[in-house]
Design a protein around this ligand. Structure first.
Ligand code: SAH
Length: 219
């Protein structure tokens, strides 16, 4: 059964007004948020609250990111139809779905098997065909033989994992919250040459920790 995308459109339009006021400008990003029914990624418990501009629990101690945060990170990634994206932290799949509307091929990794499997089922139902799922530790990336045009990390690290820098193409962009477990700065990194990176710091956010070999040790 395919979803009726006109449902709750009025609420999504309200949400767009709010995140525009917060500074999101990219038309493609705003359109992608407008076209994404966030309730699909929330299950039954929180569907009602889908268009509050808040992070919400998705079970197993994890959260779906706030719509503004998703928009902000996607804008920093500079959407491009020809670009491939590696996403660390599939979670509910809300961010993944928005990426699938704006980029070419998406590769997404989640460490909690049950979360990934739920999201995979949903994407099958929605007939999304440009997303590749993997279950495991995304702090070491997809595979050392692969390189991506974009990398987005939706969990917080104490630094940018070396493996992820290596798996980024030249001229590629990586976006990730970096800091302590409690609070992070949103970093945008552009890979200029193999060993030369341009880094800009953006505003503060609060994410769940990136847990793995090149992240935090455990919960
Ligand atoms: N983009 C998601 C955010 C989910 S929260 C959404 O909007 O729903 C961050 C996710 O990162 C959690 O699901 C958590 O389990 C996952 N995560 C944490 N460390 C990870 C790692 N090393 N590899 C892959 N996923 C990880």
């Amino acid at each position: 059964m395919l979803y009726d995308f006109s449902r709750r459109l009025v609420e999504r339009k309200e949400l767009i007004k709010i995140i525009k006021n917060q500074g999101i400008k990219d038309k493609k990003v705003l359109e992608a948020i407008l076209n994404t029914p966030r309730e699909l990624f929330l299950g039954d418990i929180n569907a009602e609250n889908a268009y509050l501009n808040n992070a919400l629990p998705i079970g197993l101690g994890q959260t779906i990111s706030q719509p503004y945060t998703v928009a902000f990170m996607t804008e920093l990634l500079e959407p491009n139809r020809n670009a491939s994206v590696l996403e660390i932290g599939t979670g509910s799949g809300y961010q993944t779905y928005i990426l699938s509307l704006l980029f070419n091929q998406i590769f997404t990794i989640e460490r909690i098997e049950k979360l990934s499997l739920n999201t995979q089922k949903l994407f099958e139902k929605l007939k999304i065909s440009n997303v590749n799922f993997s279950i495991g530790d995304g702090s070491i990336g997809w595979n050392d033989n692969f390189k991506f045009d974009r990398i987005i990390v939706t969990a917080a690290g104490k630094e940018i994992p070396e493996s992820l820098k290596n798996q980024l193409n030249i001229n590629g962009i990586l976006v990730m919250p970096v800091g302590t477990r409690e609070s992070q700065i949103m970093i945008k990194l552009i890979k200029i040459t193999e060993n030369n990176f341009e880094i800009t710091e953006n505003s503060r956010f609060q994410f769940v920790p990136l847990i793995g070999k090149e992240g935090w040790q455990s919960n």
